[in-house]
Design a protein around this ligand. Sequence first.
Ligand code: PAF
Length: 289
Amino acid sequence: MKIFKTKTEIRNYTRLRKLNGEICGFVPTMGYLHQGHLSLMDISITRSDFTVVSIFVNPMQFSPTEDLETYPVDIETDLNLLREKGVAAVFIPSVSEIYGESFQTQVSVTRISLPLCGASRGVSHFTGVSTVVLKLFNIINPDIAVFGKKDFQQLAVIKRMVKDLDLEVEIISGETVREKNGLAMSSRNSYLNANERKQAPVIQEALKEGKFFRLNTSTDSVSVEKHIINQIRSNAPDSRIDYIKCLDADTLEDTSPETDNILLAAAVFLGKTRLIDNIVFSVKSVEKS
Ligand code: PAF
């Protein structure tokens, strides 16, 4: 497995392999890899001739009050996992390699970045994500790139950017990987203490309850949100809700009773750890089945 730290090296590597007619798959990450990341790599490896993974904790997507300084890092374990997986190359740039002196350009996907995490973390979060992802696409020039559905809004922002800017990369989404108890895998789960870890699966259970409520009791989004909030408050007493939202999954805007594709999205603090999760379902296909 090749390890590159500079843009020139990774660019030359992918350029050469692509000139030989090989399809390049790409999985961007911030490291501290878990089964969720590895499942995205499986998709990339199956769908391409060689897979590049980036590990870069992107300062531009963290607000000053967030966990940039304490974000978990374990490069050696990551590299071993990537070697075992059969990844062809890893790009591990420094902050100065990505954001050289006087860096001042931002890519902003406006409307779809506004609700959910854009509202609670600030829109600068998604500006940071879209800017770094566009830069990585320009450096690596992948044919396909794989993102997880756990970060549903991030996936929507990237898809929108690719469409709006006519980028020649196919975005593929991977299912959320869960621990046995239903907790969505995330590098930030490592912050949870034993008590918080016990309560964390309540988020997914409450979203499932919310889906049942939306399908069987009420199409009113506020009632669905309240139902989910009550479930979380009663079953995870140490939780603090950041947001619970029922939105149109295609636009991330408000639903109407006719909306078919529904997104139930949650951001919940357990102690200092902010966990996100979601459920997406089509009302029509549930009605048919
Ligand atoms: O999902 C992540 O890990 C990050 O937001 C990403 C896509 C690697 C951009 O920094």
